[in-house]
Design a protein around this ligand. Structure first.
Ligand SMILES: *Cc1c(COP(=O)(O)O)cnc(C)c1O
Length: 374
């Protein structure tokens, strides 16, 4: 029905109908309350419930998550607000949740919180659909693929099939891939969740998160949670995010292409081990990734000899900022073990490829490696 390309969709996503003398993308609406007489019914009543700037952004993200389908998107103040909204709105004391043991570094904190509320949490690695062994009696399966920072991939369709056969809901943390890399709802998941702080907004200047569901009842639960906890995005952040979506395909295509080139270059070097990129033929993630992903992300990870070598490498880079987070237009890299929490070697580098000219970036990386490896 809808033959529109992804770039076209991204530049037009969520725009209101053209209005004479109106702007293409209306500016942020700053309002704690809205004029409201009589019965207090929406769309806009009080600023914690809904805001027109969120509405435009939520429509835009929904169009990218599930083109042409009626879905419900809820935006949050951060990725963690979105993650917690799904888990804490859906589960009750006595329920069982299955999580990855190698997911985002704040997941163990969520796990502790769930356990404090009387929820049983089971974990297994992302690779090889190991989580499917733990589903009996569960309420919700949480998947993160590709996993951050290990870049393992699991087969979402197969996990969804196993989960739904046991009446288990499935949520996918799609942060690393973005909707242009993979569409969890299309693969059968019930919730697509992401930190839009990363690739979706891509400029490293805001924190934001979202949840998209097909089932209106699930959306209602997530929205109710946002109202209860109040983890709402500011209108300015929501507007900046919407503005950033217009360049999503341009950014992601460039970043993914350069990431693949960088991975190919690093694969040739003997001073680099443990290289991972899901889009690199030969990577353990590749066979599953090609079945469910259309783009493989901007993150490449690898291991240098030790902590000191990795620190020297990061310091020698001129075009790459030593900083956490990923998915931004400006390349960043960090020695992940400095945080503790991730099961990675001391020399493990998570490299987020930006939108620099690929020749410049590759030259910078090769020079920094030559200078730092002893
Ligand atoms: C960053 C990240 C989050 C948390 O998002 P914030 O916007 O930092 O709250 C969740 N999941 C993954 C995979 C992430 O990379």
């Amino acid at each position: 029905m809808n033959p529109m390309g992804e770039g076209t969709r991204a530049v037009r996503a969520g725009l209101p109908e053209p209005e004479q003398y109106g702007p293409t993308l209306p500016g942020p609406v700053f309002a704690a309350h809205f004029h409201l007489s009589g019965e207090p019914v929406g769309p806009y009543t009080y600023g914690r419930e809904a805001n027109p700037t969120w509405t435009h952004l939520e429509r835009a993200i929904g169009e990218l998550e599930a083109p042409g389908e009626p879905v419900g998107t809820t935006v949050f103040a951060s990725g963690m607000a979105a993650v917690s909204a799904v888990l804490l709105s859906q589960v009750r004391a006595g329920d069982v949740v299955v999580m990855p043991g190698d997911g985002y570094q704040a997941l163990p904190l969520v796990r502790e919180q769930l356990e404090a509320y009387g929820v049983e949490v089971r974990t297994a690695p992302t690779a090889g659909e190991a989580q499917s062994e733990l589903l009996d009696g569960a309420k919700l399966l949480w998947i993160e693929t590709p996993s951050n920072p290990g870049l393992d991939v699991c087969d979402v369709r197969r996990l969804v099939e196993a989960a739904h056969a046991r009446d288990v809901l499935v949520a996918v943390d799609n942060t690393l891939a973005t909707p242009l890399g993979q569409r969890p709802l299309g693969l059968g998941a019930d919730f697509s969740v992401a930190s839009d702080t990363k690739g979706l907004t891509g400029h490293g200047d805001i924190l934001l998160g979202h949840v998209t569901c097909r089932d209106p009842e699930l959306t209602a639960g997530v929205r109710r949670w946002r109202k209860v906890v109040g983890a709402i995005p500011g209108p300015m952040e929501a507007w900046i995010a919407h503005r950033s979506l217009a360049t999503l395909q341009l950014r992601i295509d460039r970043q993914c292409a350069t990431a693949l080139t960088l991975a190919g270059t690093l694969a040739e070097r003997t001073d680099v081990t443990g290289l991972r990129y899901p889009g690199l033929p030969g990577d353990p993630s590749y066979p599953v990734a090609v079945r469910q992903m259309r783009r493989f992300g901007s993150v490449v990870s690898f291991v240098l000899a030790d902590k000191e070598t990795a620190e020297r490498f990061l310091a020698a880079l001129r075009l790459v900022d030593d900083a956490t987070s990923f998915g931004g237009l400006r390349s960043t890299a960090e020695r992940r073990a400095r945080w503790g929490g991730d099961a990675v070697p001391e020399g493990f580098v998570r490299f987020s490829v930006g939108a620099e000219d690929p020749e410049d970036l590759l030259a910078d990386v090769e020079r920094a490696l030559d200078e730092s490896v002893r």
